[in-house]
Design a protein around this ligand. Structure first.
Ligand SMILES: Nc1nc2c(ncn2[C@@H]2O[C@H](COP(=O)(O)OP(=O)(O)OP(=O)(O)O)[C@@H](O)[C@H]2O)c(=O)[nH]1
Ligand SMILES: [Zn+2]
Length: 348
């Protein structure tokens, strides 16, 4: 593996076999103007030709974190992105409630740090939502409890979260006394691409700065008096960590809505409920009036929290709704493509 691949968290899943000179990773995107990291350094790039021609939706365009193939790599030209290498994961958001055309916020992410501030009351329902989204993306979640200096009984909070985390690492972090950084750092490997999500003000920028070992991002106290934007010096959105691995921090990354993928995110997050459902007498149990329903029994016995069950049902409904809309959009797109193809055919 080339040194450049190592430092930019290349993974074998990308499976690139061409010339190393033409391989690059997208480190910034602004309205289809890209900055890509190549073996010669960071360079501006645009999408042209085949890739643009073949693109049928926004998802077919590169986004931060993507590995791409360049048409040429000549220090004097603006580089042309010729091919998008298949992603092994992507963090996706729908722009608003009605929009079902996905926007990719970050590609090829291996781990997502879900940051919850101990200053606020922990909202386990929101955590469940984050977990579903992360599992759907193809990355794995790690929960970080920030502002640990502000809580008296850390263990009690941890226990509450463990019930929802079901085995996912839960790490405490205190930026004031710099306690917990090593544990966080130890979860990051050289081929990891990390993304942080969490409410505004929970300390994401602060943690990123600590991991980077320098003030790359402005934190809130500073930003209040200077509203010009979060990045201090560069327009980079993908940052190299000093001990290996990279972090992606794109605008809009920080809060996002659910995106319908496979059901796997839901069953991963609610594996306890999944196990119960498998015990229901009927395969198509609606957990309503059916006899021998393991879900109803667990609810009655207090083994399954009513709020957790409601949260599961709600998320399931939302995903089903999104999936129907997505399918409708895909069908419309297919139709359009087909129309275009037959028109071209007729013109020949
Ligand atoms: N007491 C305490 N304060 C912290 C800690 N970490 C961050 N803060 C403070 O919390 C405030 C918000 O931190 P940021 O890092 O800007 O939060 P953010 O999550 O990046 O916020 P957004 O950019 O709005 O998403 C700042 O004033 C930080 O100094 C911590 O561990 N303990
Ligand atoms: Zn049932």
């Amino acid at each position: 593996m080339h040194e450049f691949q190592k430092t930019y968290a290349y993974r074998p899943e990308i499976n690139y076999r061409g010339s190393i000179k033409l391989l690059a990773r997208v480190i910034n995107e602004q309205k289809e103007r890209y900055t890509v990291q190549t073996i010669y350094g960071a360079r501006p790039a645009v999408v042209k030709g085949k890739l643009r021609h073949d693109a049928s939706s926004r998802e077919d365009f590169p986004s931060v974190g993507d590995w791409i193939v360049l048409k040429q790599n000549n220090p004097h030209d603006v580089l042309i992105i010729d091919e998008l290498l298949p992603r092994f994961s992507s963090i996706v958001r729908k722009a608003d409630e009605l929009e079902t055309n996905a926007q990719i916020l970050a590609s090829n992410v291996t781990k997502v740090f879900i940051v919850l501030s101990l200053e606020e009351k922990i909202n386990v329902r929101k955590l469940e939502r984050f977990l579903v989204t992360v599992w759907e993306s193809g990355a794995s979640p790690i929960i970080i409890l920030s502002k640990a200096d502000l809580v008296e009984d850390l263990e009690a909070t941890k226990q509450k979260i463990d019930q929802v985390a079901l085995g996912i690492p839960v790490l405490a972090w205190d930026a004031v006394n710099k306690i917990g950084k090593e544990e966080i750092r130890n979860t990051i490997h050289v081929d990891d691409t990390i993304v942080l999500i969490g409410n505004s003000g929970v300390g994401k920028s602060t943690l990123i700065n600590h991991l980077l070992g320098k003030e790359m991002l402005k934190t809130q106290a500073v930003r209040d008096s200077d509203k010009r934007g979060r990045h201090t010096t560069t327009h980079r959105e993908l940052f190299r960590l000093p001990e290996g691995g990279v972090i992606i921090d794109t605008p809009g990354m920080r809060s996002f809505l659910l995106w319908a993928g496979e059901e796997s995110g839901l069953s991963h997050t609610f594996s306890d409920i999944q196990m119960l459902i498998e015990k229901c007498r009927f395969n198509d149990c609606l957990h309503d009036t059916e006899p021998d329903c393991a879900v109803k029994e667990a609810l009655a016995a207090g083994e399954l929290e009513k709020e957790r069950w409601d949260s599961y049902v709600k998320l399931q409904k939302e995903l089903a709704y999104l999936e129907r809309r997505q399918n409708a959009r895909l069908a419309a797109e297919e139709k359009k493509k087909w129309k275009k193809a037959t028109m071209q055919h007729r013109m020949r």
